[in-house]
Ligand binder design. Structure first.
Ligand SMILES: Cc1ncc(COP(=O)(O)O)c(C=O)c1O
Length: 461
């Protein structure tokens, strides 16, 4: 195969015109900050006409191989037939929402609990942010404590209570021994910092210190078990095991935020892959394979606090028939034999191939994550926490790689600390073609390094 046969011409006039038009009434012309020029979509975002399988087609007729997969949910690809059919049948024959009980709620909860046994009881919601907020509330209610331990660089949604130290500059973040707790948006009440402890991730000594000093105050430690926000950073051997032990010893709960890793890295999420059982888990993204639905759940005695109303959980749109039909169909599809083996192997082939191509062009390279969710780094050794990732980001030619791949119609997340997200719809041919295009792109990436055109693409959020 020869990539030059497709050329690198990418007309975008219609996207530009729609962006300008949208900006007349839609703030910034985008529906979320991650889609903005500020986040790396320069000079303007592309506007999608439609999508199918592994492909996105923009309004100018460019067809891209998509590796950003809706920022994670599209584990079955775009418009998966079985899920679309189940949802459209449900809403046309029964209704889209009742805010009343129906049979699909229990079925969706059972399908989740079967795949994630630590989620003995489940409640559904609509977004990752929402279910994380609820998990924190339930943890605080159950332990009758207030303080939550979170980790620098992780993202748990945008709510005031937890959106702290998610993407601080290294100056803001403070020295390693004395991390500052920094709000990740203006408008967050500063008093909420008193409810949090921020720790560096993958640092067992820091954990030991924090629990020795403040263990009796901690309601819960919340962590992404694999740090997807940060580039798929893996926990060091023994790290999460020690976190599990320390939380148990000190009467705190362990919350795994599996909004990104759930039903993506293994049939039962990161907790299955890593063999650790948290007290509470949050899920969203892949749960509905593209429909807006989320869940939290865990130990029976914690979730039972919702049963007698001690701890409030509600929501008009919770577990609508639309959302439940999506969950049941999505989990059925990804539960088919061999789904994860193939998905992970295909992604690993791409990750290995990309790192080898970069190295062949004289660039230091490695990858982090697992096959279905990984990042290529122009550096070595692989980052292990927010700070080591940020050091690589500062000297990375990733913006040039992103741009060269986009010109060749491969859609990536713009930041170096983003992710390649693979779906069951990506084929062996997609992977092979992507590697052909990446080989063509690498000389320009090597030039960017020589010319010092390196650094961050834009904010992650
Ligand atoms: C680990 C994690 N938690 C929570 C969230 C927030 O989810 P949502 O965007 O559905 O509110 C995200 C979103 O990227 C996430 O990656």
């Amino acid at each position: 195969m020869n990539a030059s046969s497709v050329g690198t011409d990418r007309p975008t006039a219609r996207s530009r015109a729609l962006f300008e038009l949208a900006g007349e009434h839609l703030a910034g012309g985008v529906g979320s900050g991650t889609r903005s020029p500020r986040a790396g979509w320069k000079p303007h975002p592309l506007f999608v006409d439609h999508a199918s399988g592994s492909r996105v087609i923009d309004v100018d007729g460019n067809e891209y191989i998509d590796y950003q997969m809706g920022q994670g949910p599209l584990i079955l690809g775009h418009r998966p037939r079985a899920v679309i059919d189940a949802v459209t049948r449900t809403i046309s024959e029964r209704g889209s929402m009742f805010a009343l009980c129906h049979d699909l709620e229990g079925q969706a909860a059972a399908a989740i609990a079967e795949r994630v046994p630590s989620m003995e009881l489940v409640r559904l919601g609509n977004s990752g942010t929402e279910v994380v907020s609820y998990a924190l509330r339930f943890a605080r209610a159950f332990t009758a404590r207030t303080t939550v331990l979170r980790f620098e660089g992780q993202y748990h949604g945008w709510s005031d209570g937890i959106h702290w130290s998610a993407h601080p500059t290294l100056e803001e973040a403070g020295p390693l021994g004395r991390l500052s707790i920094t709000p990740s948006s203006s408008g967050i009440p500063p008093q909420l910092s008193e409810t949090l402890i921020v720790a560096p991730w993958n640092d067992t000594d820091a954990l030991e210190r924090i629990f020795a000093e403040r263990g009796s105050e901690i309601a819960a430690a919340i962590t992404e078990p694999i740090m997807g926000n940060g580039g798929g950073l893996m926990p060091a051997p023994g790290y999460l095991e020690r976190l599990r032990e320390l939380t148990t010893e000190h009467g705190a709960l362990l919350i795994f935020d599996e909004v990104l890793t759930g039903f993506r890295v293994a049939p039962g999420g990161a907790q299955e892959l890593l063999g650790i059982r948290p007290d509470l888990t949050t899920l969203a993204k892949t749960l509905g394979a593209g429909f807006p639905v989320a869940a939290f759940g865990g130990r029976r005695e914690i979730m039972e606090m919702a049963v007698d109303g001690r701890t409030m959980h509600g929501g008009t749109y919770n577990s609508s028939p639309l959302a439940c039909a999506a969950v049941i169909a999505a989990l059925h599809e990804s539960g088919k034999p061999g789904f994860y083996d193939e998905l992970l192997a295909r992604g690993r082939r791409l990750a290995d191939g990309l790192a080898a191509l970069a190295q062949a062009h004289g660039l230091p390279a490695c990858w982090t994550g697992v096959g279905s969710m990984f990042q290529l780094w122009f550096g070595d050794p692989p980052p292990t926490d927010y700070r080591s990732a940020q050091r690589l980001v500062q000297s990375s030619p990733f913006p040039a790689f992103f741009e060269e791949m986009l010109r060749r119609k491969v859609l990536l997340q713009p930041p170096q600390e983003g992710l390649f997200l693979i779906s069951g719809a990506h084929t062996d041919e997609d992977i092979a073609w992507t590697l052909v295009l990446a080989e063509e792109a690498m000389p320009a990436v090597a030039d960017a390094v020589r010319e010092g055109r390196v650094g961050p693409t834009g904010g992650v959020r």
